[in-house]
Design a protein around this ligand. Structure first.
Ligand code: ZN
Length: 87
């Protein structure tokens, strides 16, 4: 015979699982939406030959080696920022 406490426990577990799935799907949907938005910026048809500049503008950093200390830094920045580097 099934006792009331077992039913309550079962219902509680189902509720937890259901809420968990809901939360998970919500987070996943938000992440996919963000990814799609980001991908949409990247896949801009206006890019063409100036894709490098567009990529840099959309958050992707072009890296350049500092010829003084050899540390890779963002290409746009003049200084490398490494302590002790004269550049
Ligand atoms: Zn340097």
């Amino acid at each position: 015979m099934i006792s009331l406490s077992k039913i309550i426990t079962l219902v509680g577990l189902l509720a937890i699982v259901w809420f968990g799935f809901r939360l998970l799907s919500k987070v996943q949907r938000q992440r996919q939406e963000a990814l799609r938005r980001h991908g949409g910026v990247k896949a801009n048809p206006k890019g063409g030959t100036t894709a490098r500049g567009k990529a840099a503008a959309s958050g992707t950093q072009e890296m350049a080696k500092c010829d003084v200390c050899g540390v890779y830094v963002a290409a746009g920045s003049g200084r490398c920022g490494t302590p002790g580097c004269p550049r």
